[in-house]
Structure formats: C-alpha cells, structure tokens
Design a protein around this ligand. Sequence first.
Ligand code: AMP
Length: 550
Amino acid sequence: MLFMDFSRACEQLEGTSGRLEMIDIISRFLPNLTPEELPVFVRFVMGRIFPDWSSRKLGIGPNLLYEAIGYVAGIKKEQVIEKINTTGDAGRAVEELLSIKSQTTFFHEDLDLVHVYTELIAIAELEGKKSQREKLLAVRRLLGNAHPLEGRYLARIMLEELRIGVGEGSVRDAIAKAFLVDSALVEHAMQALNDAGEVARLAKLGPGALRDVRITQFHPVRMMLAQQGTIADMIKEHGQIAAEFKYDGSRFQFHKKGNWARMYSRRLEDVTGALPDVIEALLAATEHDVILDGEIIAIKDGRPMPFQSVLRRFRRRHDVAEAQEAIELVPNVFDILYLDGETIIDLSFSERRKILMNVVNRYVAPQVVSSDPDEIEKMYNEALAAGHEGIMIKVPASAYTPGQRGKNWIKIKPDVDTLDLAVIGGEWGEGKRAHVFGSFLVACQDGGKLIALSRVATGFSDEQLLEVYDLLKDRVIKKSGKEVTFEPGLVFEVGYAELQVSPTYEGGFALRFPRFIRIRDDKDIPDIETLENIRERYNLQSKSAQAYKA
Ligand code: AMP
C-alpha cells in the first residue's frame, strides 16, 4: 500500500464522525492488505507506531520535528511554530507548508506504507550521542519525499496524535467485520496480545488463529482496573466476595521465564533496572514460569510509606544500589495471568488464586472471602489501621480482563474526592516562584478530546513545584505572556471540595477548591477521568446534597 493511499484513507476517516461509518471504511481496506501491511495500517490508523506492549519510543520531540519541517519547507523553526499556533494542528501546518513548497519542486519518491514504518523503526533505534542529529536527518528525508496530504498524517503519526478519532473499539469491530469473525473474539485477542496490529494479521488467518492466542512472555498486557462501589452492593450481587488490602504503591507486572525476569510498570514501561531487589525477591519466590500482577509498596519501620517513595524508585536510573538501602520495597502479589506456557486469564479469580497460592511461596497478598459485611468491614478497618489505602473487593467468579475498568474489581477507600487529570497548560509563578510554573490548567477527556476543567495553584510544596517544572519544561508548545500550553502527557491527582456547574470551561463543570495531591506518573492520558464520569459524580453529589437537606 502506498502511504498516499493510507493518507487518503485517513482523510476520509477524518471527515467522518459516525462510528459505524468509520468501522465500515476501515473494514473495506483491511482484506486487501498483505500480512506485512496489516499490522502497520491498523496501528497507524489508531495513531500508534509500535505495539502497545512495547515501550519503544520514536524519540522525536516536537522541537526536532519542527526543525525538520522548517528545513524541508525552507523556513525557520520559529516560523513553523508560529504556523502551528495559527492552525492549531501540526499536521495541517505541515500540509500547508509542503503545498507551498511543492509548487517549486517536482521530484517525489513514492512513499510506501511499510517503508515509512521501517524508517520509523530505524529512527527509534538510533541511540547515543549523535542520535538526535541522525534522527533529524532521517525525519527530513521522510518529510522531504512527502506530498502535502502525506505530510499531514506523517507529522501527526510522528507526534503519535493522529486526530482522526479512530479508537480501539472501532478497530476491533472493523477487524471483526473485515474478516467475518466475532468481535468478542477479536477483543479477547487484543487483550492477550496487546497489539491490535498483530490481531488483525491473525484475524486474516481465521477465527482458529484468534482462538489460539496466548499471552507472550515479556510482552506486557494491560492491567485490569477497578471502579468505585460499596461492600453492600457487591455482597448483594455476588454473595461471596474476596477482599484484599488496597496497597498504596505502584502497580507491577512481573514476567519470569527460568532465571530471566522483567518487571513492567502500570504504563507497561520496563522498570527492571531500577528494582533489582524486588526482582531478586520474586525470582526466589517461585520456581515456575509466571506472569504475576501486584503492587509494590515501600516499608519503613514496618509501616507503608507514601506512594511517592515507591515511584521515585521506579524512576531511578542511577545509584540504584544506594536508593535500595534507604528504602525497603516489598511486592504484594494478587494475581497470576500465566503459568508454565499456559495463559490463565480466562480461569475464574478463585481458581487463579488457588494456583497463585500453590506456585508462589511468598509475597501473596492476604485475602478474606466472605459474604458477611461485618467480616469485610473488619478487613477494611485493619487495612486503614495498618496504613493502607482501603480494600479491593473482587468477584471470585470473574476472569482477568486486561485493560478493563469493570465491576469485577471494586475499590473501597475513605471519602476523599480526587480526580486524575491531564496537565495541559500553566502559568509562570510569582516572587520566589518566578522561575517555575506556579499554577496549572488541568483537563479531563471526552471521546479522545481533552476538556479543561480547572486551574490548580495550591497544594504544592516548593520541592514539588520544582519537580513538576522539570517534568514540564520540555513540553511547552505555546507561550503567550505568562501563560504556557503543554503537550499533554503529565497526569495530576487533584483533590476538590465540590463539583460545580460552570460556564468558564467548555466541559460545563469546574472544581471548587482544587488542590494538588500528587503526580500520577504511573498514569497516562488514556487513564484520566472522563467527562461522563464527572457528570455522574456531579449527579451523585447533588443527590446526596438533596438527601442531606431532606
Ligand atoms: P485506583 O488507582 O485508585 O484506580 O485504584 C486501583 C489501583 O489500586 C490498582 O491499579 C493497583 O495499582 C492498586 N491496588 C492496590 N492494592 C490492590 C489489590 N489488592 N488488588 C488490585 N489492585 C490493587
């Protein structure tokens, strides 16, 4: 497939807002693609380059891209940035700049879809001192051969933000429709493989190939997630429920084959290098080949320490040994997804738990199974007394569903209302805080768009403001007076007193007394709160306010 044909497909999709129509368009392309093209097409159309299990990065920041665009268009980088600011979209800006240029150049080498992909892989693989320069040259080469329309999508793919609104659900249904297979089967394969591209390739081979999928060790799968709920509702619905402590640390997924082990964070980054002590402990805890799910906490004098201390260790690249001495990290294992070559996510939780107890001899999180609310409440009180966040309630009959925030895992913690929100803008501080950002604009998500919700200016220590500044300083994409706009990526947990209806922000809500709680660098943009959820919280809040008044 030519990259031009892919770009036309994207253009068609960009002009479509109906989900069914989108599925239809994608499904018409898929059957004609070769096994080599299929995974690339599918990932690109979702704005991704690498499989989701891969923590590989292209390593092209906006600055490098703008410089390459400037070179190809024969203008300065600053002019490129200006153009992007006026069009509000790097893709459109590149398209316009290339179309001005193409009036004077006639030579174009046709770009091929798979060729573009292999070039991007080569860019990602460039490492070392000179790599930025080499990356720049490679991007210039690619863009230099691009027609304006190709430039629009190439630039957006390189920024991993395609903006054509094709989500995983649409791709799943398009694959099902194109190859006449059940969409639940496609979904299941996507959960196990964590790469929609590979799933499309298998779907072309038929339902048997999809049915046979196994989790691949060292290709991390997404973590199963929890919702809020109540003990009473869970007992009413399921009778017996399983309760565990809710540890306030960092989620991990541990893959072990023989003596070889890797550890992945909640964002599926490989954090093995930073955690040699935990790896060693878990390697010694089982003789089997396993994939384990759990939470690492930091312990001092027998009590859990704040979650930030664990994250600091996750991020550590240097002086790992020194950090190890200062703080003890303990893994708490609460699930098993794979055992000695078999994928076991479809077994019930109670069966998985039995297996876990049999094959892992330490660190398994204690569990209470009961249908008695008093017993579960007792565990909740114990959890809080021991310094944990609360408890997790799990449905014993449920399968492990990677990436799903379903009703099979429910979190119970004391009432602090917090939201995980993306940091999209900010303002320089004043006085002694003039060298850092002092307040932040945070956003929730709605159908793939970020919607501003509040400004957060309190709750930060000076040290935290410095830390936040370090994380954001290279993400500035627009400046205007004291205001800056950030490329979204950083997530804050923000506490608040109340949700209010407000015309100030486009989502129609604002936070009363917003307060910074912590950086959630275990979370990514897709994990932030949705507008729909906020609407629901608002309704709940006004219901309880009415009940209180009555
Ligand atoms: P939240 O991040 O508030 O949505 O809560 C869900 C998170 O709690 C999970 O992603 C885990 O990181 C963490 N967690 C702590 N203890 C447990 C447990 N026993 N079972 C599952 N998740 C847990």
